[in-house]
Design a protein around this ligand. Structure first.
Ligand SMILES: [Zn+2]
Length: 322
């Protein structure tokens, strides 16, 4: 499960209770109070303590079923780790909130021959679709009937164009429906019941009380760069280091070279700037009155108090080093 937000929570709960043996949960973020209206695995104490979502979700599903093997990966899914993470799984489920990372996941799944389930939701609407392009041969599905994500959505909507969870909100029941549809596809695939997989792009709109199924038969494009030409542009592209976290007055900064960071040693170094503390695998403190720095053990940081990537990267480079 890549992304442990609202969709992730809905799907993870169903997958865990269905008896999926091993769950790998990937999420880069921490639980916040405003998440609780829709992110059903988390509780107030998770938000109060700023627990990473992957860790909080792991705790919750281990409480549901202590025999589950759960890997919590508090990481940003990027070109550097996508193939390792996807390669270890039988089915990949998309609980992401952005297209760039979805296309990266699509590239990895097609390249490595893994089935993947795309899902997305915003406001009252949501969509779910099994992507069998990479695994079509193994699943006995005709190649032309197994489009990848880019066959259906060739390009991402430009930044600022589409609604986001921050600008439009997310209606919990819509997410629960989409997460359930996505989890159902994953369970069918894991159980080897390919004939029961919904071979359509399924959409729901609770504001219009409407569901729509768009059949995927014949929808694979021969000229698709990913599943047609097998050019994995997103896996090969070097990513930007900064991501503005919309509506949160914060920027995520990734290290130029990823690697484990000794948080206790960093705490010692940063104590000159202010009070820093290590908790739940994170180093948190204020760089100045207006700027909070959260450093993850993989070298990634969230700089709160700015939406300017340059300023955020400056704080990072100044405090953590590049
Ligand atoms: Zn394609």
């Amino acid at each position: 499960m890549v992304g442990c937000g609202a969709l992730g929570c809905a799907a993870i709960d169903l997958l865990a209770r269905a008896g999926v043996g091993t769950l790998t949960l990937v999420d880069r973020d921490v639980v916040e109070l405003t998440n609780l209206q829709r992110q059903s695995l988390y509780v107030e104490t998770d938000a109060r303590d700023g627990v990473p979502k992957a860790e909080a979700a792991k705790r919750r599903v281990r409480a549901i079923d202590s025999s589950l093997r759960v890997h919590a990966c508090v990481e940003h899914l990027g070109a550097g780790n996508a193939e390792d993470l996807v390669g270890d799984c039988d089915v990949v489920v998309d609980g992401l909130d952005n297209y760039a990372t979805r296309y990266l996941l699509n590239d990895a799944a097609v390249k490595l021959g893994k089935p993947f389930v795309h899902a997305g939701a915003v406001a009252f609407r949501g969509t779910s679709m099994p992507v069998l392009a990479g695994a079509a041969g193994a699943l006995g599905v005709a190649r032309e009937d197994a489009p990848c994500l880019r066959c259906i959505f060739p390009d991402a909507p430009p930044a600022g164009e589409g609604e986001t969870c921050d600008t439009a909100g997310v209606f919990g029941p819509a997410v629960a429906m989409v997460g359930a549809h996505a989890a159902a596809q994953a369970i069918m695939l894991l159980a080897g019941r390919t004939e029961l997989v919904d071979r359509s792009l399924w959409s729901v709109d609770l504001a219009a009380n409407r569901t729509v199924r768009m059949p995927l038969a014949g929808a694979a494009r021969a000229d698709c760069p990913c599943c047609g030409a097998r050019r994995f542009e997103f896996l090969e592209a070097p990513g930007e280091r900064c991501t503005v976290l919309c509506g949160r007055n914060a920027v995520q900064v990734r290290p130029a070279v990823a690697g484990p960071v000794d948080l206790e040693r960093m705490r010692g170094r940063l104590s000159a700037l202010g009070e820093f503390a290590v908790r739940d695998g994170l180093l948190v403190g204020n760089v100045d009155a207006a700027t909070e720095l959260t450093l993850f053990a993989d070298g990634r940081a969230i700089v709160r108090g700015t939406v300017d990537p340059v300023a955020a990267q400056a704080v990072y480079d100044r405090c953590v080093g590049s």
